[in-house]
Design a protein around this ligand. Structure first.
Ligand code: WT7
Length: 659
């Protein structure tokens, strides 16, 4: 990366010290780094002590067959026992585990004692349906308690789950069921989405037909939760109602212990072309990693905090930071079914006010949406219970960070910007809220026990003030173990780029600032090359979003005859700005100059399109590939993973009229 680019990135100078009170009482203090550095494996062995082990492990890490790791060798444990039963046994059975909020307004508080009964019933039902340890179960549910219960029940009986996000199509579901040979599918008639019931069961039916056609059917049963009450087609040979088999089962279930390396779940990664990658996580290391990081980064005090992670359990964030890490720590948390704007745009803030949420974890894309809607909405609610805010999924623009801190956090709550991936299973780079002075836009430093660095093409760590590739330098307990059925692709994708050094290649560009703090620059494939200068899409997006009229921006590098690549930006204006923007050309010129002013003339976009929406995956990632197709006047590629498939038609139509 060129020096010019890097110096342009170093303009953010604000930083925020941890609040004194939080720092004084923090779960994890500065000495954790030194302790972990002194003996990393001893550090992780100590963290393993957070869990109940039925049989102790004899070795912390077996790395003799790297990059295939075995953590906590010889140890045995049951995940559901650790996430549920032991809290009841410790006398905390009456504590609420889940404050469920349905989108239509129905609510359900589930205590740990009730959760234990529900998970045990579901575990008995799974066994009655013939599920054995090692069998695969696909879960395709809305954000309702049964999703959490189903995952824990699978873990309890040793079945490997694969949760497929409810927004995915029948085709995506079919390919995942087939890839992992699921024996059972757990679904619902439907869920509530934007004020209306949205069917799920038909997609399962369709997926099974598709799989049958391929002659790969091994699905023996479909277990159906009744959520919306809508009509469903019924195949009496395989379909069974949850309320008939689970509710009728005994609430007594003995949880057997499984090996620390027993497969816990497969999560398919989105956004890549070709066959989805089935990322495999196992039992002991995964739970140690997620429990420790949740305790450390959210400073969780299970007796007094109310935690809310807005992710869907269909994504890794929901697995690690709704289900496994938080429940292992005995959390009280909110589980919300619906969208942020149903029935009104203050729904999330209303929930925070009602349940007095203290710890809140969401994504920059959501924050920017709220910015667009305006601060008067959150300002109408009492958010004073909040004491810590988290961010995940993409780099958070300094503008969004400051808005989050000021408007949501009352200028009082530290923000933890947590970098990690489906593959890492747990947060890897993040501030510690009681230790780190956070800088807006930086994920700061590797957590205790984690090794991260920024290296050049040759794998040599770059000096502070320079950029390169983000790598993870040491194995960690919740690392992916392989890609399901494809060890070779696992090695190729993550471990071959810096084979000599034995580093894990994360696929992200990053820089270290003068203090050694890490700034993520987006995926390496999102880094553009303009006239031989490397520029990150994130950097230019940040500049655009820092303009008072811009709500959201996406930038792509489009092929250009003279400069190699040219910057093309797609911009959504803030509400209110649209009406004034009748002079589109003037505003575009102003925005180009604004970027030039913020970063330098090299970063001035060749063209800027004012658009009503951006193409996003259902997890909120902008699909720049599609924007690039428009920018390069190509037929727009595969849009099947878009949350809203009409968006590209709107943008492409706009591009035609504006050129
Ligand atoms: C990619 C992983 C981790 C759960 C959600 C996404 C980007 C994630 C951050 C952050 C900058 C981030 C990276 C990473 N990313 N968090 N705090 N700052 N970038 O999981 O779908 O596996 O995506 O998301 O590019 O590689 P995922």
């Amino acid at each position: 990366m060129s020096e010019e680019t890097l110096s342009n990135l170093s303009t953010e100078t604000r930083s925020f010290e941890p609040p004194a009170e939080l720092a004084a009482a923090a779960n994890v203090k500065a000495d954790a780094y030194a302790a972990a550095d002194a003996d990393r494996l001893a550090f992780w062995a100590e963290q393993a002590g957070r869990l109940d082990w039925a049989e102790p492990f004899t070795q912390v890490l077996d790395w003799s067959n790297a990059p295939f790791a075995k953590w906590f060798v010889g140890g045995k444990l049951n995940i559901a026992h650790n996430c549920v039963d032991r809290h009841v046994e410790a006398g905390r059975g009456d504590q609420v585990a889940l404050h469920f909020v349905g989108e239509p307004g129905d609510t359900r508080d589930i205590t740990y004692a009730q959760l234990k009964d529900e998970v045990s019933r579901a575990a008995n039902a799974l066994e009655e349906l013939g599920i054995e340890p090692g069998d695969r179960v696909a879960i395709y549910l809305p954000m309702i308690p049964e999703a959490v219960i189903a995952m824990l029940a699978c873990a309890r009986v040793g079945a490997t789950h694969t949760v497929v996000f409810g927004g995915f199509s029948a085709d995506a579901l079919a390919s995942r069921i087939a890839d992992c040979n699921a024996k059972l599918v757990i679904t619902a008639d439907g869920g509530y989405r934007r004020g209306a019931p949205s069917a799920l069961k038909p997609a399962v039916d369709e997926a099974l037909v598709k799989i049958d056609n391929d002659n790969t059917a091994i699905v023996e049963n479909v277990l159906v939760v009744r959520r919306t009450g809508q009509d469903v087609a019924w195949n009496g040979d395989i379909d069974v109602w949850w309320h008939e088999v689970v509710d009728e089962s005994s609430e007594i279930h003995e949880a057997k212990a499984f090996d620390a390396e027993h497969p816990l779940f497969v999560m398919y990664s989105s956004g890549t072309t070709g066959k989805p990658k089935g990322i495999l996580h196992t039992t002991g290391g995964y739970l140690v990693g997620t429990a420790y990081t949740h305790h450390a980064v959210f400073d969780l005090k299970p007796e007094t905090d109310v935690y809310w992670c807005t992710a869907d359990v269909g994504w890794i964030t929901g697995h690690s930071y709704i289900v496994y890490g938080p429940l292992a720590n005995g959390v009280t948390q909110v589980l919300y079914e619906g969208t942020p704007d149903s029935p009104h745009k203050g729904r999330w803030w209303e929930i925070i006010e009602k349940y007095k949420v203290t710890l809140f974890y969401t994504a920059p894309t959501a924050i920017r949406t709220f910015m667009k809607w305006g601060r008067s909405i959150p300002d109408g609610f009492d958010l004073s219970s909040l004491r810590l805010l988290g961010s995940v999924g993409e780099p958070i623009n300094p503008e969004a960070y400051m808005w989050y801190r000021d408007v949501i956090g009352g200028d009082r709550c530290p923000i933890v910007d947590t970098w990690w991936q489906t593959e890492t299973g747990m947060m890897m780079i993040s501030p510690l809220p009681g230790v780190t002075a956070g800088k807006p836009g930086s994920a700061m430093t590797a957590l205790p026990g984690v090794g991260a660095d920024v290296v050049d093409e040759a794998g040599v760590p770059v000096p502070n003030g320079s950029g390169g590739y983000l790598v993870l330098t040491e194995p960690w307990p919740s690392m992916l173990r392989t890609l399901m059925g494809d060890d070779e692709r696992f090695v190729d994708t993550y471990w071959s780029r810096f084979k000599e050094q034995g580093y894990y290649f994360a696929g992200d560009g990053a820089k270290k600032d003068e203090d050694g703090a890490i700034w993520l620059l987006g995926r390496v494939d999102d880094v553009m090359n303009i006239s031989g200068h490397r520029l990150s899409t994130t950097e230019i997006e940040s500049a655009l979003v820092s303009h008072p009229r811009v709500a959201e921006a996406a930038v792509v590098g489009a092929a250009d005859e003279t400069t190699g690549q040219a910057i093309v930006a797609y911009v959504i204006l803030r509400e209110g700005a649209l009406a004034e923007a009748t002079q589109g050309e003037e505003l575009v010129a102003e925005l180009r100059n604004h970027v030039a002013k913020e970063i330098g003339a090299i970063a001035k976009p060749r063209s800027i399109m004012l658009v009503p929406e951006l193409p996003k995956t259902r997890s909120g990632k902008i699909m720049r590939r599609l924007l690039k197709d428009v920018a390069e006047n190509r037929v727009v590629g595969d849009t099947t993973t878009l949350a809203d498939s009409n968006v590209m038609d709107l943008i492409a139509a706009g591009a035609k009229t504006s050129t």
